[in-house]
Design a protein around this ligand. Structure first.
Ligand SMILES: Cc1cc2nc3c(=O)[nH]c(=O)nc-3n(C[C@H](O)[C@H](O)[C@H](O)COP(=O)(O)OP(=O)(O)OC[C@H]3O[C@@H](n4cnc5c(N)ncnc54)[C@H](O)[C@@H]3O)c2cc1C
Length: 354
């Protein structure tokens, strides 16, 4: 990194979602002066809306190198959670819950068996469960279930607590955070920062026309499940997932919608999530829905995030689509490495489409 000595900051970051926050913390820990700017409230967009699941096998099998990176980031989480707890006092609820994917049709069964093979090929613990096995683990499961795939190493964090922890961490480490301040053009940040990094999530293309990132809406609902036994596991039946939280609520998601920058919820989305959740766990019909929301996943041209150099003083880290929480620890490292040491970012290189 070439330091422009007269400037106030080493690095300017546009966008304070989990990606901008994690990178700001990492750079500050490596001794850099960082300015972090968000057009709204830090962490209030996709990172707040997220499910917080860490599911490399489920989400990242599109190519082997990508899967390896996702596995690596997943393995970093235990230490990451401990470090954040020590640094900030916030428990991000890293929960080694395991994940059970269920099949309710013959087609689902084939899909689960393929996933099982992928997991085994990658040395990831996986177990096929009979209907009886699943019912034994979760007695209130629907009778329509045919089999399950248990992935014990798929975990979760509470993404909202992760944002809280990162916010405290960046402030403690001397990052200057400016909220409610839109970056209209990255060149304005370059007036006070040696280099800049575009972490503007679904809005990243408006700041860097070389990259293509679009918003994909996901709607979510939360049930109060205090009347039920703890589910214990993340459960999924594509495209639905159910995530038990420590506070006896159950987060259920999600839709995958190409509707531009509309981050509202719809009646159709809500009723689809509710009916599909009840089809999997009939007891949910008696549990109140206490919250609904939506967020915009930043999706690039493929499923792999865009992390690296765009030009001499401009970098980006965006396009994390369904895996921004999972990939936050690794992204922070990769981004700090490329900014400080000019390292290669391999499959994440944002110039791969040009
Ligand atoms: C419903 C849903 C469920 C999800 N579930 C999971 C999951 O279980 N596991 C997982 O790993 N991932 C999940 N994701 C994906 C994950 O949440 C995202 O990949 C991640 O939050 C992206 O983080 P980000 O910081 O890039 O974006 P964001 O959190 O959206 O942050 C971008 C920030 O940039 C700011 N910004 C934009 N433009 C400007 C500008 N011009 N100037 C200044 N600031 C600007 C915005 O205000 C925003 O705060 C989910 C996403 C959704 C929507």
């Amino acid at each position: 990194m070439t330091s422009q000595n007269t400037l106030a900051y080493d690095v300017g970051i546009a966008g304070a979602g989990v990606i901008g926050l994690a990178i700001a913390r990492e750079l500050a820990l490596r001794g850099k002066k960082v300015l972090l700017v968000d057009k709204g409230k830090a962490g209030a967009q996709a990172s707040y809306a997220s499910g917080g699941m860490i599911r490399p096998i489920t989400e990242c099998e599109h190519n082997q190198e990508y899967l390896d990176s996702c596995m690596k980031s997943s393995e970093m989480y235990k230490q990451y959670a401990e470090d954040l707890k020590t640094e900030t006092g916030v428990d991000i609820e890293y929960r080694v819950s395991g994940h059970i994917k269920v099949a309710m049709t013959a087609e689902d069964e084939e899909y689960l068996k393929k996933k099982y093979e992928t997991a085994r090929k990658n040395g990831v613990a996986a177990e096929l469960l009979s209907k009886q096995d699943v019912k034994q683990r979760i007695p209130f499961f629907s009778d329509a279930i045919r089999m399950g795939l248990y992935l014990p190493n798929e975990h979760q964090v509470n993404n909202r607590k992760l944002v809280d922890a990162l916010l405290i961490a960046v402030k403690k480490n001397g990052v200057i955070l400016r909220e409610d301040m839109e970056v209209a053009d990255l060149s304005t940040l370059l007036d006070s920062c040696s280099v800049v990094i575009n972490c503007a999530g679904a809005w990243a293309s408006s700041l860097s026309s070389q990259i293509s990132v679009k918003p994909i809406r996901g709607q979510m609902i939360r049930f109060d499940v205090s009347s039920l036994d703890d589910l214990g596991y993340i459960i999924s039946h594509h495209p639905l997932y159910l995530i038990p939280r420590n506070d006896k609520t159950l987060v259920v998601g999600s839709t995958v919608e190409d509707v531009g920058f509309d981050s509202g919820v719809s009646k159709e989305g809500m009723s689809m999530l509710k009916s599909k959740a009840i089809a999997v766990l009939p007891e949910l019909a008696n549990c109140p829905i206490i919250e609904s929301w939506a967020g915009l996943r930043p999706k690039g041209e493929d499923y792999v995030p865009l992390i690296g150099k765009l030009s001499d003083r401009v970098f980006c880290a965006t396009g994390h689509y369904r895996n921004g929480i999972l990939l936050a620890p690794l992204t922070a490292q990769l981004a700090a490495d490329v900014i400080i040491d000019d390292t290669e970012t391999g499959i994440f290189d944002p110039r791969r489409f040009s």
